[in-house]
Design a protein around this ligand. Structure first.
Ligand SMILES: [Zn+2]
Length: 509
């Protein structure tokens, strides 16, 4: 295996999360009763005419801009002819001669921390096929056409990958583009994103490409890694034994971890591609492209740099907050509302070159980041929730952090309420009032609580008096508990230490 270099190219299919299917008005939904979202167009009934969904087009153009390729101002659709039971039209509408995107480049970080450019060959729009279910017991195959006509984007790369890490880094990046553009949820295991890996070997130092095999529809990063390792080893063994690699499609079998031939590859000729006569060519005016450019979001790389520069966040904080658009949005909106909520307060410092204000913003940004990178990520892992699957609103989080900063609630209360906010729509102010969690400055109540604790915790008191200063921490905890967390911790600590000092003085005299 060491004598060979692995050469791989990818074909990535992304199911677009448009409202409607690509060429008809049927709803584009997942997991509904079979054959409920169908019409004459997607069922391929005679005389039905397709019309391109503009939403699918805009998704494609924005992805094309993210891939930094050349948006084809005049793209067209073609028919790829083949019969299969999940394909009622007996052809797929795709873009063969004039795809929507030509060329492009995606930068990925390799394991060694270097940046590598993966070249994009082209990207095109097409429609998905239906779904077959084989019922072995009843010995029947069922077909569901709900998925027929769901818009797909297919991204085809140049053979630029040399190992599985690069492949996964690329797919992560594509998924991130899809998420930030809001065009797909990018879930591999639900089939919203599918990758085919074309793999061949060549002797180290050789220029010419070897014969490749294609592994289809790998549905997790783990499968992709295993399939690549197995197939590279298999090809090396065939070549070492003097054999020949056949140009074919192979299926990765999860259970055995091996790949098996599914069919020898058809030649392009076999599909009899020809221009789709029922659809007009797609002409994109410059104004349309400009409009799409204006709608491009800020992607994680740029966001990360900005968070570090403007808010002084660490590399790790910036990375965690930008990994998913829902996380970044919660962070930015919370900070904005917090700033807006205290705008009057910091007015006085505004004259001072804006410097103290910047420091304030950074301090607040740090506080939001701390709550999100710590507690929020922990809760997501604990509850196996994806970012955004929480009930926390920026309004509520800003309110909670403001209350904590103002010293109205303790850190513990803030954390407890935050954890509740994950699953419930809670207004922090209303909640802490209702459950009496606000810190009180009531000195009489505090004195009563401290006295009660000193009386009940004789052991800790005598420990403290005999020099074990750590016992004070335990006593303070008891006071906070006694006051239901409503005591001001600083005030409680001062009073506790004062009382203990009095006892010490009384004891030594
Ligand atoms: Zn339809």
């Amino acid at each position: 295996m060491n004598d060979y270099e692995i050469v791989m190219g990818l074909e990535v299919h992304i199911e677009l999360a448009t409202q409607r299917k690509i060429f008809c008005r049927c709803k584009n939904t997942f997991a509904e009763a079979a054959n409920t979202n169908v019409c004459p167009v997607c069922l391929g009934l005679p005389g039905a005419l397709p019309v391109l969904n503009p939403e699918a087009l805009s998704c494609a153009v924005r992805m094309g801009l993210a891939l930094q390729g050349e948006i084809n101002r005049n793209s067209r659709f073609d028919r790829k002819n083949y019969y299969y039971p999940d394909n009622a039209t007996a052809y797929q509408i795709t873009q063969f001669y004039e795809p929507i995107l030509k060329g492009g480049r995606v930068e990925v970080q390799t394991e060694t921390g270097e940046t590598k450019v993966i070249r994009i060959h082209e990207m095109h729009l097409e429609d998905d096929a239906g779904k077959l279910t084989h019922d072995m017991e009843r010995r029947v195959s069922l077909v569901d056409f709900n998925r027929k006509g769901v818009p797909l984007l297919e991204i085809v790369t140049e053979p630029d990958f040399r190992d599985a890490d690069e492949v996964i880094a690329f797919l992560e990046k594509i998924r991130m583009f899809a998420l930030y553009l809001g065009i797909s949820d990018g879930k591999l295991h639900e089939g919203s994103m599918r990758a085919d890996v074309n793999l061949s070997l060549r002797k180290a130092g050789e220029e010419a490409l070897g014969v490749r095999t294609e592994m289809k529809n790998l549905n997790s990063f783990v499968s992709i890694r295993r399939a690549i390792a197995y197939e590279a080893e298999r090809q090396a063994q065939v070549l070492d034994a003097g054999g020949r690699i056949l140009f074919e499609t192979r299926r990765f079998d999860e259970a055995s971890g091996t790949t098996k031939t599914t069919r020898t590859k058809e030649e392009v000729m076999d599909y009899r591609y020809f221009p789709e006569p029922d659809l007009l060519p797609v002409h994109l005016p410059e104004e349309y492209i400009r409009k799409m450019e204006e709608q491009m979001p800020e992607f994680p790389q740029a966001k990360e740099a900005r968070y570090r520069r403007d808010f002084g966040l660490t590399e790790e904080e910036a990375r965690i907050l930008t990994r998913h658009p829902a996380t970044a949005a919660l962070f930015e909106e919370t900070l904005r509302l917090w700033e807006a909520g205290t705008a009057g307060v910091s007015d006085a410092s505004a004259k001072n070159d804006g410097q103290p204000e910047d420091a304030e913003t950074r301090r607040r940004a740090k506080a939001v980041a701390a709550r999100m990178c710590g507690d929020l990520m922990y809760l997501c892992r604990e509850k196996k929730a994806d970012p955004g699957q929480w009930k926390i609103t920026p309004e509520a989080l800003a309110e909670l952090l403001q209350m904590q900063e103002a010293g109205a609630i303790t850190t513990k209360t803030a954390r407890d309420v935050f954890a509740l906010m994950f699953d419930k729509n809670i207004e922090p102010m209303v909640y802490v009032n209702e459950y009496h969690l606000l810190i009180t400055k009531d000195e009489d109540a505090l004195t009563t609580a401290v006295d009660a604790v000193l009386k009940a915790q004789e052991k800790s008191v005598s420990d403290y008096l005999s020099g074990k200063e750590k016992a004070a921490g335990h006593l303070l905890g008891c006071v906070m508990k006694e006051t239901n967390g409503q005591a001001d911790p600083t005030q409680a600590r001062e009073l506790l230490l004062k009382k203990l000092a009095e006892r010490k003085a009384a004891g030594t005299t």
